[in-house]
Design a protein around this ligand. Structure first.
Ligand SMILES: [Fe+2]
Length: 248
């Protein structure tokens, strides 16, 4: 069950119709969401967000992740079976794409959707924010994500739901990498010449926000258990047209 101030219908309706464009999507969020027997705050008090070694990049970890990950993982794998949500691009296209996180019929999905909006809201000086596109990425053995950036959004958010199996022979397997000439930390030898990646450590419950135009990728994954992340493209105004139109 959801907290009394919001429903799945209101979240989806706001996304589809534009909702209150002055206030932003974060303005419609409940203060908490009930997942199983637990009433979980959408934005926990004292939640700390740490800056990264790049402008407009920050990271936070939710300490209560064990309370909602089992149901969120189940929701992602269930949504993957829905032909209206499932999308397959190609081997290097970031695994199986499972679209529309708020429509996964899961309180845990609404919780993490709210947390992503709130992270963006806090990072962007508490301005109104809008979820232009949302999706899960389910990686299985040999899946990877070629270098790319995201169109039609200001910031992107990625959440580590399940890192899958660790590779004892390759500590960089399945690592999320940012390599962009505009980030000084990527260019320690010469301005604009990328010789180093920024590779945040994404443990379960960790959420990263970064500028959508940063070039990023995910190294190949070779484990057995699905590696699952959830992503958002966040804008500062409601954009016309269909999210994700014309790009991966
Ligand atoms: Fe991406």
């Amino acid at each position: 069950m959801l907290a009394d101030t919001v429903s799945e219908r209101s979240v989806i309706a706001g996304h589809e119709t534009g909702g209150d464009d002055a206030a932003g999507d974060q303005a419609r969020l409940p203060s908490s969401v009930r997942v199983g027997a637990a009433d979980l705050p959408v934005w926990p008090q004292e939640q700390s967000v740490a800056p990264m070694s790049a402008p407009l990049m920050a990271i936070t970890t939710f300490s209560d992740w064990e309370l909602y990950h089992p149901s969120l993982i189940a929701a992602a794998l269930r949504a993957e079976q829905d032909p209206n949500l499932r999308g397959v691009i190609f081997r290097g296209g970031c695994g199986i794409k499972v679209r529309k996180v708020p429509e996964w019929s899961s309180p845990a999905a609404l919780l993490i959707h709210g947390r992503a909006l709130m992270l963006a809201h806090h990072t962007l000086s508490r301005r109104p924010v809008f979820a232009d596109d949302t999706w899960g990425s389910i990686y299985r053995a040999r899946d990877h994500c070629m270098p790319h950036s995201h169109l039609r959004s200001n910031v992107s958010v990625v959440y580590m739901l399940d890192p899958g199996d660790a590779d004892p022979d390759d500590e960089l397997a399945a690592r999320f990498c940012v390599a962009d000439p505009r980030i000084d930390a990527c260019c320690p030898d010469e301005p604009g010449r990328v010789t180093r990646h920024v590779m945040p450590i994404l443990t379960p419950g960790t959420m990263l926000i970064f500028a959508s135009d940063y070039l990023h990728s995910v190294n190949p994954y070779y484990g057995q258990r699905p590696r699952i992340t959830i992503s958002w493209n966040i804008t500062l105004e409601r954009l016309p047209g269909r999210p994700g139109e014309g790009w991966m």
